[in-house]
Write a protein of this length. Structure first.
Length: 169
């Protein structure tokens, strides 16, 4: 091969490598080129260890239930779903069964009403007071290291899909 051919091959290879790196680092887009917002929230524990007190919830379609893919609580407790009241947790819409200490997969929560498209719902983890039943007056929200409730929000969205069952190993 001549020197010009080698230079051409090297330039083409460099362009392919740069283009490949660019497309590899580029976020996935949906129809119309808009980058989708993250649909799951994992709330870490006060120690930063996601195995101690955390949960994973995704945006979900309108329904009379909420699916939490994974909930981990250090001492056992409940995942509680609230409606939104001016950006804060409002009225309780549903409560999980008692979550055992440790990992809990595929937590289903029945709501007191069907959720509606476009609404924001809140999830808050509570520590059980020992009676095995959720009592808003005596069960306490699990706190993170800053003293805030271990909580997050998700959106009810008719184009969302229900999360697939989580397998814990």
């Amino acid at each position: 091969m001549s020197t010009n051919t080698w230079i051409t091959v090297i330039i083409v290879a460099a362009i392919i490598i740069v283009a490949g790196f660019f497309f590899y680092k580029m976020p996935a887009t949906n129809n119309g080129g808009v980058t989708p917002a993250p649909t799951g929230s994992v709330i870490p524990s006060p120690t930063g260890n996601a195995e101690e007190n955390s949960f994973l919830v995704s945006d979900q379609p309108p329904a009379s239930t909420v699916a939490i893919s994974r909930a981990t609580v250090k001492d056992g407790g409940f995942a509680v779903i609230y409606d939104d009241s001016a950006g804060k947790a409002g009225k309780v819409l549903g409560t999980s069964a008692l979550l055992k200490a440790g990992d809990n997969a595929n937590v289903k929560i029945t709501l007191s009403r069907k959720s509606t498209d476009g609404e924001t719902l809140h999830v808050v983890l509570f520590k059980d007071n020992g009676d095995g039943k959720f009592q808003a007056t005596t069960d306490t929200p699990v706190k993170d290291s800053s003293g805030a409730d271990v909580s997050s929000t998700f959106t009810v969205n008719s184009s969302a899909t229900l999360p697939t069952d989580a397998n814990l190993y």
